[in-house]
Design a protein around this ligand. Structure first.
Ligand code: PLP
Length: 437
């Protein structure tokens, strides 16, 4: 069965779906639904796997958790415990990291429109580095740093002109992107010149690129690494610039459904490192420190969402809809990206399918569908469903549309469950509302 691939997930002796040694029915009953359940052992295994691969290859590296995938105090503390660095993209993520006690020197700040306030926050906290994304930011940050007589490490984000094979909305390394400086149109070189010229404010430690997400091949990464390294050879001569760090971003694919065939995370790393070493050795350049920023591949498969089934609607001769107590509020990806998922009944995950249902959310949107045409044993109101691989961009993109409270999040490990985000209450929903009179 599909779910056997995800970490500690198994079917227990009662025949129920179990994660991290905890019965999912017990979780649903104790914490209510919808409920995000995270398999902590799987997150640790992934984090350690990336780090170990770099160690085995003998290159200096940093693995930064791209926390847009799931941002919360508990996940930040877990990543800190695992010795990871952290990629944040907003004042809110940065604040959460600081509140979590994240080692500030391991925090990297991204974003294509960081505000003055957010930049000041980053400078006040003295975080590890800022990833420069555009000329406006270079100017703004130079002014801030000079006024404060402060200096900070920066990377320059480049778009290497790579079209990775993925959904258009999650493709970022192509020339026509809102992110970064174009490598082929000369903007990246101009950015490097400006940053080098402001050496009283910036310590330019290297370059960054991120070619897209949910990528199943190494070709795009290898091409990006190759182009940037070739460029570095030129800049070594023309600008005297040597990149101490080369950050190749995240984007390593995960398995949402049986059709998805991601590579082992280590495989992406091996190929990237091999290419960087090849070009560096070929031109007598030092191999830069290699950084990566996995998000989805660290937490995606570790997350499962439990829902309770409610109403059913049959469109005779067309389709059976089964509605659950969540939907696009807790998982926008099917509506946003036409993302596909798999699910089972938590009470009897191994039972043979008896019908094909389409799993609907409860929002007032026809597009609020979680899974179309899901083969399932006969399910009735009250049954719990487990939707797999919801750990990335699920809670992170959750909303209160229709004034539906955001679900709770539990971490499970070694037979213990720990509530790490409380379910929102109706009172939480109106806490910032002000009465008209
Ligand atoms: N790094 C950057 C700059 C990103 O924009 C993203 C995702 O959008 C990531 C890392 C993480 O990507 P993923 O979750 O697919 O690994």
């Amino acid at each position: 069965m599909a779910f056997e691939r995800y970490g500690t997930m198994k079917v227990n002796d009662k025949g129920h779906l179990e994660i991290g040694g905890v019965d999912t029915l017990k979780l649903a009953e104790s914490y209510g639904t919808p409920l995000y359940v995270y398999d902590v052992a799987l997150i640790r295994e992934r984090a350690r796997g990336f780090k170990k691969t770099f160690e085995e290859l003998g290159v200096k590296a940093q693995v930064a958790y791209a926390s847009k995938a799931f941002s919360a105090i508990a996940i930040y503390q877990l990543m800190a415990e695992e010795g990871m660095s952290l990629d944040v993209v907003s004042g809110g993520e940065l604040y959460t990291a600081i509140e979590a006690g994240y080692p500030k020197e391991r925090i990297h700040f991204h974003g294509n429109n960081k505000t003055r306030e957010e930049l000041v926050m980053a400078l006040d906290y003295e975080i590890g580095c800022i990833v420069l994304d555009n000329f406006y930011e270079i100017e703004l940050l130079t002014e801030l740093l000079r006024n404060r007589k402060q200096k900070i490490a920066v990377l320059v984000r480049v778009t290497p002109g790579i079209e990775a094979h993925t959904h258009d909305y999650i493709l970022t390394g192509q020339d026509d992107s809102k992110f970064g400086f174009g490598l082929t149109n000369g903007q990246a070189e101009e950015a490097i010149r400006q940053v080098l010229a402001a050496s009283d404010a910036f310590d330019l430690i290297g370059l960054h690129c991120h070619i897209g997400s949910q990528i199943f091949e190494t070709t795009g990464f290898v091409m990006a690494a190759h182009r940037i390294m070739e460029q570095l050879v030129t800049w070594h001569e023309s600008l005297g610039f040597d990149s101490k760090v080369l950050n190749l971003g995240g984007g390593f694919g995960v398995r949402y459904t049986e059709e998805d065939k991601p590579l082992e995370p280590a495989e992406y790393v091996r190929q990237i490192v091999a290419e960087i070493k090849k070009v560096a050795d070929g031109h007598g350049l030092a191999v830069p420190e290699i950084w990566i920023e996995p998000g989805r591949s660290l937490v995606g498969e570790a997350g499962t969402t439990l829902y309770q089934a409610g109403s059913r609607k049959e469109v005779p001769g067309v389709r059976q809809y089964l509605a659950v107590d969540g939907g696009m509020n807790d998982n926008i990806r099917p509506a946003l990206y036409e993302a596909h998922y798999e699910a089972v009944l938590a009470r009897r995950p191994l039972d043979k399918p008896e019908e094909t249902i389409s799993l609907a959310g409860k929002c007032c949107e026809s597009g609020d569908m979680l899974i179309w045409d899901l083969p399932l044993p006969k399910a009735a109101a009250g049954d719990y469903l487990a939707v797999f691989c919801t750990g990335a961009y699920g809670y992170a993109m959750a909303s209160n549309y229709n004034r539906i409270p955001r679900p709770a999040v539990v971490f499970v490990e070694n037979g213990e469950a720990k509530l790490v985000i409380k379910r929102e209450s109706y009172a939480d929903l109106i806490q910032n509302d002000l009465a008209l009179n």
